[in-house]
Design a protein around this ligand. Sequence first.
Ligand code: HSE
Length: 390
Amino acid sequence: MKIGLFGFGCVGQGLWKVLHETKGVKADIVRICIKHPDKQRPLAPDYFTTNPSDILDDPEINIIVELIDDADAAYDIVSSALKKGKAVVSANKKMIAHRLPELYALQNETGAPFLYEGSSCASIPIIRNLEEYYDNDLLTSVEGIFNGTTNVILTKIFEDNISFSEALKYAQKHGFAESDPSLDVDGFDAKFKLCILLLHAFGVFVAPEEVLNIGIGRLNDFDIQYAKSRGQVIKLIARCYREGGRIVGYCIPRFVPVGHHYATVRNEYNAVTLESAFSEHQTFLGKGAGDKATGSAVLSDISALRYQYKYEYRKFIQNGTSFDTSEAFLRIYVRHQYEGQVKDADFISIEERYAAADTRYWIGHISLQKLQKTSWLNDHGVSVVELAAS
Ligand code: HSE
């Protein structure tokens, strides 16, 4: 296998390391396309090029690995490579989540395989599991901690009393955060992974714009103390489930009791819990971010190409379900600043109201669609955390 690699950042270098430490996979990275030729690199200069066609048009190169940051440029590389009949591996969750319908069509048209295990929860082999083991309609729910950076931040805030910004710096220094960290903090990254898993779990194409994501950026000391005083932590949870013929999905911070298994998922670790009709709950735990963790998932895809592995998207082909949040309801805690900021009429019921001089919170039931459309959701001074059903 001759690999042409696009991008030599954190994950590209992680792949280089894991590939060279793995004797059993006979694959060589022969050329690397980069954007900035003047950057200091740990390899000989003749590995590198800035011209994509040096890789895409090289008949010797049969596998393209795309690990760049820019989602639009990544799509151009992946689609050109597939059209040229080359096998492609990518870990670009933003690009994949936004372009799944086109990428699915391209695979059908060209017959070329496109694998992207590294895009979702890094080292946890979740996509292939959903494709192969859970290849039936028994699965009822997929949820978990899908973002390493926010989990580092929440772990450090709750366990070490480290400030939000210090914890984010730590995640950036260790190569966990996106180059635009608001994608992590505001729940977009976890949502992109959710959109990818929605296709492999339930066979539905869901555009990221359809899915509500609430991040952790507006949580404050009051919310942290509220959780701690009740024996809880907060985790950012992405969730999708089937109810009848409807598939629901969203990504919202959640209060989690300290005894719950999610509370033990620390730092850059991720967890994915699957629920199916007969096996009930099953949780996968593993590193969800970082150079080698993501590199190992990319390597596993490269290795799977040896036996012509492809995703079959069987659930999409057999599908009788659709993404529909019209009947989904949540029990939430909404902290806000002043009277009238959050509207009574938006709630189905409110079970608790607390008001002090500069902080208030309500606990109540609300429809997911209503929450998605409320005027106050993105107000400064408003935070939303999901609670377990009462
Ligand atoms: N920024 C991502 C995270 C990287 O923190 O989970 C892995 O996808």
